[in-house]
Design a protein around this ligand. Structure first.
Ligand code: AMP
Ligand code: ZN
Length: 463
């Protein structure tokens, strides 16, 4: 098995991946908060996670991949304040919070399928289905003395965890001086966060549960600690998310899990940079975010967006533009057409190109270089098309552009064109090339291109 090198946010270095269990990898990826559609920025995070999964499978690992669905507890404000995003979504649309969650979870799954992210290869646990596990974990933290109670909930005391903030290299003193006024004044430390929040006394929440501390709902961070532990164990290999999750969400997950279990939480944290729009980070709170469906309505193939993402390294910021999408879409279509034209059952994987591709992809998922290698292979003058095809299809196990499924389109020739073809055939037999050329032009007017190959006339639809 070849070495896979990945950038680890914990050490800020590219490291050779070493699994906890031989030939097996456990991955947890932070999924969507389902109070609205996922946007192109969110999809960048999931395409990245899936490219990582695909790379590890391609290398020979068995991968167990969990992606959570946040359907409760993610509040609008930072610092454990503000409305629950799900309850806010419910008000916006006049539906129940559960209906909102269901609707946007389905829509998220559809987008994954459109991007050739195989949902049957994932476990998608929902926070609301794991309230018991979250309560158990909070109880464990309470027993070990990491928690305290305020009027609005049960909090984690971050001063009790000596490694707090290591992942983000947090400057705790700097944070203290920049403390926000609306923070809960009863918090002992600025970085403390809610594990369990009590339901408000003046209004009724739709999502609330009984707990040893009173009726309420779990904080956002505890769900990821509880669900990763349930499906992957206390200590697992890789955790992914967007870079916005480093300073608070992942920092707090580490604090909770390591305090409760007394062992290391995750060996490798991997974070994807932002997809920006003209104004900065694309985000759901900004209502004019772009969705995959918008691109499809402008006639871009969904997978051309994936191609667009793969042209940049996951750790560099990308600004979305239609010019960029046009470029990606035309390259993607060319690649698809090449694969359709050259589809074959024969051929062998070219080792020289495979080595180049592997070097790129195992170097912290350098997908842009990997795509350049694909184009280099297509342009190669020596290798047969059969071998090229076979090699590209093997690369697609990582790229996930659905190239294997692309079928050569059957050309349906209308009767009038068939007639013109017959006439042209006899003109050529009679060596009347002038007539033959005229007929070729007539055929072109009907939207078809005729070429004279070894098997006689070959017809294609013109572009
Ligand atoms: P959310 O639905 O806001 O909880 O985010 C779901 C995932 O998408 C998280 O891993 C975020 O870090 C990631 N994410 C959110 N916005 C962007 C963006 N503009 N670019 C890349 N990743 C993002
Ligand atoms: Zn998470």
């Amino acid at each position: 098995m070849k070495d896979v090198n990945i950038y680890n946010t914990l050490t800020r270095k590219v490291e050779t991946f070493k699994p906890i269990k031989d030939k097996e990898v456990s991955i947890y990826s932070c999924g969507p908060t389902v109070y609205h559609f996922v946007h192109l920025g969110n999809l960048r995070a999931y395409v990245f996670a899936d490219t990582l999964r695909r790379t590890l499978v391609y290398t020979g690992y068995k991968v167990k991949h969990v992606m959570n669905i946040t359907d409760v507890g993610h509040l609008v404000g930072d610092g454990n304040i503000g409305e629950d995003k799900l309850e806010k979504g419910a008000k916006r649309e006049g539906k129940t919070a559960y209906e909102i969650a269901e609707h946007y979870t389905q829509s998220f799954m559809n987008d994954l399928v459109l991007l050739n992210i195989p949902i049957d290869k994932y476990i998608f646990p929902r926070a609301t289905d794991h309230i018991k596990e979250q309560i158990e974990l909070i109880k464990k933290l309470e027993e070990k003395g990491y928690t305290y109670k305020t009027t609005d909930g049960i909090y984690f005391d971050t001063s009790k965890f000596s490694h707090y903030g290591d992942l983000a290299k947090l400057d705790i003193d700097g944070l203290k001086s920049g403390a926000r006024v609306e923070e809960n004044k009863e918090k002992r430390n600025i970085t403390d966060f809610a594990l369990w929040k009590f339901s408000p006394t003046d209004s009724k929440r739709q999502m609330e549960w009984d707990s040893p501390w009173g009726v309420g709902f779990p904080g956002w961070h505890i769900e990821c600690s509880a669900m990763s532990q349930k499906y992957l164990g206390n200590h697992f290999d890789i955790h992914t998310g967007g870079i916005d999750l480093i300073p608070v969400h992942h920092t707090n997950e580490i604090a909770q899990s390591e305090s409760a279990n007394g062992e290391k939480y995750v060996n490798y944290f991997m974070h994807v940079s932002f997809l920006n729009d003209k104004t900065g980070k694309m985000s759901k709170s900004n209502e004019d975010f772009l969705r995959l469906e918008n691109l499809i309505s402008f006639n871009y193939p969904a997978l051309a967006y994936k191609y667009f993402l793969l042209t940049a390294h996951y750790r560099s910021e990308v600004t979305f533009s239609y010019e960029g999408m046009d470029g990606a879409s035309s390259a993607f279509n060319k690649l698809v057409n090449w694969c359709k034209e050259n589809k074959t059952d024969g051929g062998v994987v070219n080792v020289e190109y495979k080595n180049k591709f592997d070097e790129a992809i195992f170097n912290d998922l350098n997908t842009s270089q990997a795509l350049a290698i694909v184009w280099g292979l297509i342009a190669d003058k020596i290798i047969s098309n059969e071998d090229k095809y076979k090699t590209i299809i093997s690369f697609d196990e990582v790229l996930g552009l659905g190239l294997l499924e692309m079928k050569k389109e059957e050309v349906i020739i209308p009767d009038e064109v068939k007639l013109l073809l017959e006439e042209r055939k006899s003109a050529r037999e009679n060596k009347d090339f002038k007539l033959s050329d005229e007929l070729r032009d007539k055929i072109k007017e009907q939207g078809f291109v005729v070429k004279d190959g070894k098997q006689g006339q070959e017809v294609e639809k013109s572009d």
